[in-house]
Write a protein that binds this ligand. Structure first.
Ligand code: ADP
Ligand code: MG
Length: 241
């Protein structure tokens, strides 16, 4: 469903993705691994249409994703309904006055009836175990709670693919355990998961595949996740560990 062909992306004079070729299929659970600055976040931005390739092409369900198409509101809505993005920084994602409104935002944008919106919100509150927070203001919550709300606000649109940028960052151990179990559950329920991470200790059992980026912003390995994280020599040599 996701296919990148010879993709390059740079910010002004800074390279971020160098000749990326990759295919990700429905139902996969993929970890994006690599040193700081290797391009993991840019890769996630690109597959979510936040940025578009400067060279090469990005195909989503065989459709070429271009700035022009993303500027078309019908295409854009349809695309963003299928792939959801949980930002690294929850504060940049949460902007409504209550948790309920936050989770209701996506389904309302999609034009659902209030009854259907309400149903979706309650399903997601329950799934993330945050019913008690529904009247709270997101900015008052802990890091772990904010992350759950951000995930719920993405899931309320029922996307096929969930992408997460370093979701374990700044989360306490209990919250990390919840997120780990939750990602396993999501993938078992058929959702495709693509997630950047360096917190190997807390994500055991979540990923089948690892895509490894180098400091030169290239993909240097695409392999079984466990094989990669057991390869100490490889991780150390590539400044991953
Ligand atoms: N908004 C930006 N403006 C300029 N350079 C950026 C920006 N975001 C990222 N970069 C640069 O792009 C490269 C890849 O960054 P990023 O995708 O954030 O890597 P990672 O998520 O693996 O740490 C780095 O060299 C980084 O400094
Ligand atoms: Mg990053």
């Amino acid at each position: 469903m996701i296919e990148l062909k010879d993709v390059n992306y740079r910010y002004r004079n800074r390279n971020a993705l160098d000749n990326i070729n990759i295919t990700i299929e429905e139902g996969e659970s993929v970890a994006l691994i690599g040193p700081n600055g290797s391009g993991k976040s840019t890769f996630l931005k690109l597959i979510n249409g936040v940025v578009t390739p400067q060279q090469g092409e990005y195909l989503f369900n065989k459709n070429k994703i271009t700035e022009k198409k993303l500027n078309n509101s019908i295409f854009s809505k349809e695309f963003h309904r299928k792939i959801g993005f949980v930002f690294q920084n929850s504060d940049a994602q949460l902007f409504c006055s209550t948790v309920y409104e936050e989770i209701a935002f996506g389904p309302r944008q999609m034009g659902f009836s209030e009854e259907k919106v309400n149903e979706r919100v309650y399903d997601c509150l329950e799934l993330l175990n945050i019913e008690k927070l529904k009247h709270e203001a997101p900015y008052n919550l802990s890091g772990g709670e904010k992350k759950r709300v951000a995930i719920a606000s993405v899931l309320s649109m029922n996307p096929e693919i969930i992408t997460l940028d370093e979701p374990m960052n700044g989360i306490d151990p209990k919250g990390k355990k919840f997120l780990r179990d939750f990602m396993i559950k999501l993938n078992s329920s058929g959702k495709t998961i693509i997630c950047s991470t360096h917190d190997f200790e807390y994500v055991e059992g979540v990923f089948k595949r690892a895509i490894v980026f180098s400091e030169e912003h290239k993909i240097i390995r695409d392999d079984d996740y466990n094989a990669v994280i057991k390869d100490e020599k490889f991780l150390v040599e590539n400044n991953i560990k």
